[in-house]
Design a protein around this ligand. Sequence first.
Ligand code: F6P
Length: 342
Amino acid sequence: MRKIGILTGGGDCPGLNAVIRGVVQKCLLHDIQVFGFRKGWLGALSGDGNDLTLDMVEDIQTLGGTILESSRTNIMKIENGPEKVKKVMEQLGLEGIIAVGGDDTLGVANKLQKMGMNMIGVPKTIDNDLSCTDYTFGFDTATNIAADAIDRLHTTAKSHSRCFVVEVMGRHTGWIAIQAGMAAGAHMILIPEFPKTIEEVVEKVMERKNRGKNYCIICVAEGFELAATDHTNIETDEFGNVRLEKKEIGPSIAKLIEEKTGINTRATVLGHLIRGGTPTAFDRVLGTKLGVKAAELVIDKAYGCMVALQGNAIVPVDLDMAVTTQKRVDAEFYQHAGYFFG
Ligand code: F6P
């Protein structure tokens, strides 16, 4: 019997379980056994995991998180990491691994593919910043939660004549901030792609106040920079990513606005709240389709690919191309959002 491995790495993401279910269902229909590694690449180092049955994946598309658990283990930083994974694959009789993850997890898969191990990537991140795919699953759920939170802050902001700075996830890009901010009518959206000075931010806040509006909501992506910031002392994860929650961009901006305008200002950091919980129907369906397509690539032995959403189609793209570039918010989208600032 043919056998394949699957793992989920990096931050958890609504829709992961739909992918796992899609892979297992389709593979078993073709007599391909699926071995689920526990905790991403960590499980692949030691062979920690188990065979997945239809029973185990029944109805899991409705659940957030990942039944396989996750970690941010970087096997490239572990002595003989790739060799250990290769050995585990041989011992378990796996012809390849489906890696479900963001740029870090898929970056590792890409390196292993180049070392001769069979890999298929499934793009996952609430940040939506992976190239070659129009959307990543999890993004829709995250933006809906963030938009709902901003809707709710409107009432408190109005009632108390306050300015609110809402910080949302988005490490390198502002997809979540712009999508949620536009949907919920934020009066300014601050994203890494389009830096601004505190003076520009304050100008918009004052412009609005001078129009007689007693409240203001600013949506900021955690990766936004006000000016060149020194990150040398901020903690990083195993992939060298700065732990952005330590940077506290939302609270810093709120403090500066209050100091410079005298307007009562509060910060709300949504953080992991937008990454957890039940996936939207869109993310369940996208995850399912990507999982099934990944299984089809296994059936065809078409390794070295990532499955992607392009238009309405799920297509295979070159894994190397997908992980070496980043998808950033374009100028037109930001310009359109800007018509509603102030
Ligand atoms: O998975 C992407 C992401 O959600 C980023 O938006 C965020 O910066 C990061 O993960 C947070 O990581 P952790 O859960 O390890 O704190």
